[in-house]
Structures are given as C-alpha cells and as structure tokens.
Design a binder for this molecule. Structure first.
Ligand SMILES: O=C(O)CCC(=O)C(=O)O
Ligand SMILES: [Fe+2]
Length: 283
C-alpha cells in the first residue's frame, strides 16, 4: 500500500483531504537544511549521551532524547512550521479552541532490535477516553526525518485508513505502508492511525523528531511545564510558548493567577476576574 507524498508547493487543502481520507500523508523536504543542521548540532550531544534500550514497546534498540524544546531551541522552527500548524488548524480546531504540542522527542532507531508494535497515539488516553472510529480527532501526530528514512533503517510503518477500523481488526502486511522519505520530510498522521517504527538493519541510526499536537483540553503526554520550564520557554517565540502549553484553552481551563490566559508567560493582564465563566455552562 503506497503512501501519498506531497511537495511544499502543494496546497494544504489537498494534504488535509488526504489526512481525512487515508489518515496519513508525507510532505517531502518540508524543513530547510539550515534548521535541520542547527537542530542536529543542538541535539547530537544528547543523543550521544543516551543509552540504547527502550524496552519492548520501543523495539529494544532505540535512543529517546526528551526535553527537546529546552535542549534544542531550533525544534521550535519545526513545531511552529506554518504547514504543520495549518494542517492542525484544519483537523483539530473543529474539536477545540487551541491545541498544544503533545510530546517532543528525538528518536534514534539503532541497529538491531525488533519492530515497534503497531499502535495508535491516542492509546495513551485509554481506557479513560475511548475514541470511537469516526469521532472528531484529538491528536495530529507527525515525525520529521533528521536522517533519510528507508525500509532498511527502520522507517515508520503506517496503516492508511486504520482510523476507521474497529479496535479488534489486526493489520496484515498488505495493509502496511513504509514511510520512506528524505531528510527534512514530514510524516503526518491522525492520532487514530496505526503505526510503529521499523527495524534498522544498517550500521547507522535512523533519527527523527517524534511529535504532534493535541486538542488543548486534554492533558499533554509529555509535561512541557517541566520539560521546558518558563526560564527555557522565555527564550522561544510567543507562538512556541503558546504551543508548548503556556496558554489556557479557554479563559478558564488552565488559567493561572493574573496571567494573560492567552499567553501565560506574557505581560500580566489584570482585571480579568470572572472572564469566560459566563460562556461555559458550569452549573
Ligand atoms: O519513530 C517512529 O518511527 C515511530 C515512533 C512512535 O510511533 C512513537 O514513539 O509513538
Ligand atoms: Fe506512535
């Protein structure tokens, strides 16, 4: 089953249509070399310091670097990228007022190891939130390749259309597509789509930024207030701060003190007491 590849000159509408239809799309060469080089320089020492491991869910031969927004400020150029946020606007804003970065890690698939089990990223909310096939999406996941992704080096395996499957249905080899893509490309998929990392049989690691956005009323998978605390977040743009979570979802969901609910690290905005409550049915 082939995956549809788009170029940066294709319209976001056509990519959104593919996401709604097949649940997954690849955007070739989305991220500039300058950003990839800067991010590589910031993150490589952390990759080098990380042990290979990861347990059964991660196939046993992965390095996972966390706290990426604080350690590698260039990552903000990716999670603020206008194409990624335009796709998230289309997919998620019908189910929330704003969305946040769900998780931001760099994942190195190293030689050896096993297939990562196929999974849905929305699985982190089960059994407390059961997302039925066809329900409005709560997550839009993406993986940006920092090295080329090939079938041999552990490119992500993904199951187009699986957002509509019943939870019991098991993918066969014929259902699975390999997200082979060049460095700088982005694999974008609905949080309800089955996927997992492949096995790396080559000598060199396969490196990717694994991330996504979640509707702003859900708890983030990675606690960005600790992974990228205010001191580190202050070095990033206002948009990056808001996407990391320094923004309340509505004036009341996630508010703090006298802070501006829309930009929690911005200048204080007093006299907003009670704002927003009248719009919510809290009885
Ligand atoms: O890196 C990959 O190819 C997939 C990783 C993944 O799906 C995850 O960690 O949730
Ligand atoms: Fe995943």
């Amino acid at each position: 089953m082939p995956l549809r590849h788009f170029s940066v000159t294709d319209s976001c509408e056509s990519i959104v249509a593919e996401l709604r239809n097949n649940g997954v799309a690849v955007i070739d060469r989305l991220i500039d070399d300058a950003v990839l080089d800067a991010l590589g320089g910031e993150i490589q020492p952390h990759i080098d310091a990380e042990p290979v491991g990861g347990g059964a869910f991660f196939g046993g031969a992965m390095k996972r670097v966390k706290e990426v927004a604080a350690r590698a400020p260039s990552a903000a150029d990716i999670f603020c990228h206008p194409v990624l946020t335009t796709l998230a606007d289309a997919i998620l804003l019908e189910n929330c007022k704003s969305y946040r970065v769900q998780i931001l890690i760099v994942l190195d698939v190293c030689h050896g190891g096993q297939l990562q089990p196929l999974h849905r990223d929305i699985g982190v909310y089960e059994p407390y939130l059961n997302h039925e096939p066809g329900a409005k999406e709560i997550l839009l996941s993406w993986i940006v390749a920092l090295t080329d992704f090939t079938e041999d080096n552990g490119a992500t395996r993904v199951v187009p259309g699986s957002q509509r499957w019943t939870r019991e249905r098991v993918a066969t080899d014929r259902d699975i597509a390999i997200a082979a893509m060049r460095r700088g490309s982005a694999l974008v998929f609905l949080g309800s789509v089955l996927h997992g990392a492949g096995v790396n049989t080559t000598a060199r690691p396969r490196t990717g930024v694994v991330s996504g956005y979640a509707v702003g009323w859900l708890r983030q998978e990675e606690n960005q207030y600790l992974s990228c605390p205010p001191d580190a977040a202050m070095r990033l743009s206002k948009q990056a701060q808001q996407l990391l979570g320094y923004r309340a979802h509505t004036p009341i969901l996630g508010h703090s003190g006298e802070r501006d609910h829309d930009w929690l690290l911005g200048p204080p905005k007093p006299n907003t007491e009670g704002e927003g409550y009248e719009e919510q049915s809290l009885q």
